[in-house]
Design a protein around this ligand. Structure first.
Ligand code: ADP
Ligand code: MG
Length: 592
């Protein structure tokens, strides 16, 4: 590996910087990525209390020399990126030189490493970003990084950590995805002294998956494979027990990522294929030339952008279709038993640690708004047959609007109401709930606010920057801390948990533009802006159409909506609730 150096300024500015550390799982992700970049053949992850109190990631990779180990703790110090050209052809998982310094700034951090055991190794201890000591030590080649008391010096952020089991679930998802992306590397995950899994290097994905599931998977595995020019997709489709949505792991050039559109393509194919794929597991490993995929679009590198997205999606569809067709053309294939849900053994281990199993299926993604809730996996449990066939009375209501039937096209929540079918637009519903919440904060309710490890710096031009003073106080009331930073630049230093940094950038620019435009009537400005701010924030933070919601999330949203002052119109006046009465339904279907 190259020596570590500090990136030049122009390159720093082209990097999608931002919050690297949101929770223990983000630390685990960054450290595991570093170990993989260091060509480790074995990575061990140890956690206590879901990583809240202790995280250690150890590898047998290249290690670092004494000098490099110190340099690695500087911001924008990396061995992985040299020139701007490298940014379009990133071959490593890391490239920003941000992770180690960011993590060390908010924890008690110890790095021990050796690149050549004959020359010894080094240990560096850091607390809240301050180097406490550097000492020589003897150790094997490789690196071990220990993090204690994450966020100990940023109590506001510490407060937003979830229960240990939730944090563990996120961290475990990260290690699982990495283990699926790199079957050739051995992975072990320990929690509170118990080994949750220990997967030795495996020759292929099937063996890796079996190791992770400890051979408890019972469904048939279909091979997914397609190659189109320099794009290849390989993977597995593990048939499920017929219930629930599929779980997906998407890997692009060795990097586990999220991508809604690919998820959509997979769901479409599985739906077309009909029964048999509920609860299945899909692992897709997409390989394409590095210049055809931009990995520098998301602060945590969790999303990518494809240069030829259409080609990727159609290849994904084709790959899955042919896997399914191939399996169907072998009718002698024995009927399959339901598979053990992925990660089941982890949850069992966890339930014995925490006393009870808190969830029935692992998450595909964590929803940004519902935090620890899960999305994308479960639909509403089917109602008992008697209530599905109807009859004079609707089933027991589980929300103030009626009984949830489920989500329609991931956009509308359908309910059985006392008088008929109720259809609720999830986006406008959530927008209304949030709008009222932000208004209450603007009118005095205390707003939670988390300071950003890396403030967002936005160049807005001098005209807008000079309007900051006019909106500063208003923004502060909703938990957005923004300040002038030079004559044409604004800096966001803290945000409420509902708002993502990207959204905050847009909201702030919008507010500055409005404050500048409304300049003439100062008395009215504040009042007018209050309302605009609440609606801009609620629109940006609300769940969108096509966002899958779990049944609990749907229920929580409907309960909040029912508690709102106005449950029937969004802040822009759009209706939220549509009702199709039972009488009307019967009339149209010729029953009356
Ligand atoms: P990045 O991964 O973006 O380069 P990091 O802050 O994560 O930035 O790491 C900084 C540098 O420290 C890396 O470029 C690498 O040279 C070195 N480094 C970090 N972790 C390890 C490790 N586990 N083994 C060897 N080198 C490492
Ligand atoms: Mg890194």
């Amino acid at each position: 590996m190259d020596r570590i150096h500090i990136l030049p300024d122009d390159l720093i500015n082209r990097i999608a910087a931002g919050e690297v550390v949101e929770r223990p799982a983000s630390v685990v992700k960054e450290l595991v990525e570093n170990s993989l970049d260091a060509i480790a053949t074995r990575i061990e992850v140890e956690l206590i209390a879901g990583g809240r109190s202790f995280i250690r990631v150890s590898d047998d990779g290249t290690g670092m020399s004494d000098d490099d180990a110190l340099l690695a703790l500087e911001r924008h110090a990396t061995s992985k990126l040299g020139t701007g050209d490298d940014l379009v052809r990133i071959m490593t998982l890391g490239f920003r030189g941000e992770a180690l310094p960011s993590i060390a700034a908010i924890s008690r951090f110890t790095l021990s490493t050796s690149s050549d055991p004959a020359e010894g190794g080094t240990r560096i201890s850091v607390e809240g970003g301050r180097i406490l000591g550097v000492e020589a030590l003897a150790r094997a080649r490789g690196t071990s990084i220990e993090i204690k008391d994450l966020f100990f010096n940023t109590p506001a952020r510490r407060k937003f950590l979830h229960a240990p089991e939730t944090e563990l679930r996120h961290a475990q998802d990260v290690v699982f995805a990495a283990a699926l992306a790199r079957p050739d590397v051995g992975f072990r995950l320990d929690h509170g002294g118990r080994t949750l899994f220990d997967a030795p290097p495996a020759p292929d994905l099937v063996i890796r998956l079996n190791d992770l599931l400890k051979n408890r998977r019972q469904g048939q595995i279909l091979n997914v494979e397609v190659s189109r020019g320099d794009l290849t997709i390989t993977g597995l489709l593990v048939e499920g027990g017929g219930k629930g949505r599929p779980q997906m792991t998407l890997i692009v050039n060795g990097r586990p990522v999220r991508d809604r559109v690919i998820v959509g393509a997979v769901l479409r194919v599985l739906r077309e294929a009909g029964s048999g794929f509920g609860g299945s597991r899909v692992i897709l490993d997409i390989r394409l030339p590095p210049e055809d995929v931009d990995v520098n679009v998301h602060p945590a590198k969790a999303e990518v952008r494809f240069a030829r997205a259409g080609a990727v999606f159609s290849a994904v569809e084709a790959a899955l279709r042919s896997a399914i067709d191939a399996s169907r053309s072998h009718p002698e294939t024995p009927r399959l038993e339901p598979i053990q849900p992925f990660g089941q053994q982890i949850r069992e281990a966890r339930s014995s640690v925490y006393g009870s199993d808190h969830r029935s299926s692992p998450a595909a993604f964590t929803h940004p708004l519902f935090g620890e809730s899960e999305i994308g996996i479960r639909d509403a449990e089917p109602a008992p047959i008697s209530s599905r066939l109807g009859g004079p009375k609707p089933g027991a209501a589980d929300t103030p609007f009626g009984r949830i039937i489920g989500q329609y096209r991931n956009t509308f929540i359908m309910l059985e109401g006392p008088e008929g079918l109720i259809i609720i637009d999830q986006h406008v519903a959530h927008e209304r709930v949030l709008y009222e919440k932000f208004l209450r904060r603007l009118r005095g309710e205390k707003a939670p606010s988390q300071s950003l490890a890396f403030p967002r710096v936005i160049n807005v031009g001098e005209a807008l920057a000079s309007a900051v003073a006019r909106v500063e106080k208003l923004l502060l009331k909703v938990g957005i801390e923004a300040e002038c930073f030079g004559s044409d630049t604004v800096r966001i230093t803290a945000l409420p948990p509902e708002i993502e940094p990207e959204e905050a950038t847009r909201i702030l620019t919008e507010m500055l533009e409005r404050a500048t435009a409304l300049d003439q009537v100062p008395e009215r400005v504040a009042e007018q802006l209050e309302d605009e701010l609440a609606s801009a924030m609620s629109c940006k933070a609300a769940v969108k159409a096509n966002d899958p919601l779990s049944i609990e999330e749907q229920r929580a949203l409907l309960n909040d909506l029912a508690a709102a002052d106005n449950s029937y119109r969004c802040p822009h006046g759009r209706p939220i609730v549509l009702e199709l009465s039972h009488i009307e339904m019967e009339r149209r279907l010729g029953r009356r």
